[in-house]
Design a protein. Structure first.
Length: 270
């Protein structure tokens, strides 16, 4: 029997587990790091909790006689991907990375691409994001989203609860921080936490931006459709977007961007 370990937590990981679980001759284990409460569980066998770094993952691969390792974690789970690459190299277990395609800027968008969360915070602090709006035909972001007399940056922050400390200390910045789970307390007074889980609708994102008079969106290039509505709403309402680029993959790692390609590979057909 061919044994496959999926490092999961994403919609693509769940879809891959379902595809592989339906195939005879495969034992599929999905591993969840446990960073989100009440995660959506995939079909089949599930392992919850971390491995203790690359060494722990390598030991698991050897003990469980894993034949194929698929990293289908979040595109920003850099530490897990690095551990997977190291464990693969140490054990000889082949590794494939499954990543959904990233988002692409289109007509009417006004994106500022930055390499890190800290770079995004620096851009907010300088006010450089105000120089561009998302459409020459739409009203400016400040006019559309801000209440009369409001001149501060009112940020729609969707980079995850662990990133909040990077942005929380910026002067003249008010944050609507949306996340699945609450951030660690204390929450600064200029931060409003909104607990929600996607998928999100375009109508809902428009209403949220207007209700809170938001004038800039800060997000990670996670890709996918579950959370893409905020980008359309930003374009329509003239909000600039500060887009944090994905971290690079470890050298030599094989990458695919579809569940079908990952399924064929994991089943030994690709």
């Amino acid at each position: 029997m061919r044994r496959v370990l999926i490092l999961g937590g994403t919609a693509e990981a769940r879809a891959l587990a379902a595809e592989l679980d339906a195939r005879p001759g495969l034992r599929v284990v999905s591993s969840l790091a446990g960073r989100v409460s009440n995660p959506r569980l995939p079909v089949g066998e599930v392992r919850e909790g971390g491995f203790g770094g690359a060494g722990g993952l390598a030991a698991y691969l050897a003990e469980e006689r894993i034949d194929a390792l698929v990293d289908a974690t979040h595109p920003f789970a850099q530490r897990m991907t690095a551990s997977a690459a190291t464990a693969s190299s140490a054990t000889g277990v082949p590794l494939l990375v499954l990543r959904r395609p990233g988002w692409q800027e289109g007509p009417g968008d006004a994106w500022h691409r930055v390499p890190s969360l800290h770079a995004a915070a620096d851009l907010l602090a300088t006010g450089a994001w105000l120089t561009t709006t998302a459409s020459t035909t739409a009203p400016t972001a400040m006019a559309t989203a801000s209440a009369p007399g409001v001149t501060e940056a009112r940020v729609f922050l969707t980079t995850g609860r662990r990133s909040l400390p990077v942005f929380a200390g910026l002067p003249g910045v008010w944050l609507l921080a949306r996340s699945v789970d609450p951030p660690e307390p204390p929450v600064p007074p200029h931060v409003h936490v909104l607990l929600a889980r996607g998928p999100y609708t375009l109508e809902g994102e428009r209403a949220l931006i207007r209700e809170h008079h938001l004038n800039v969106l800060v997000t990670k290039d996670s890709g996918g459709q579950l959370t893409a509505a905020k980008l359309t709403a930003a374009r329509e309402l003239g909000l600039p977007v500060i887009m944090v680029d994905r971290p690079p993959l470890p050298p030599g790692v094989r990458l695919v961007d579809t569940v079908a390609a990952a399924t064929a590979w994991a089943a030994g057909q690709g």
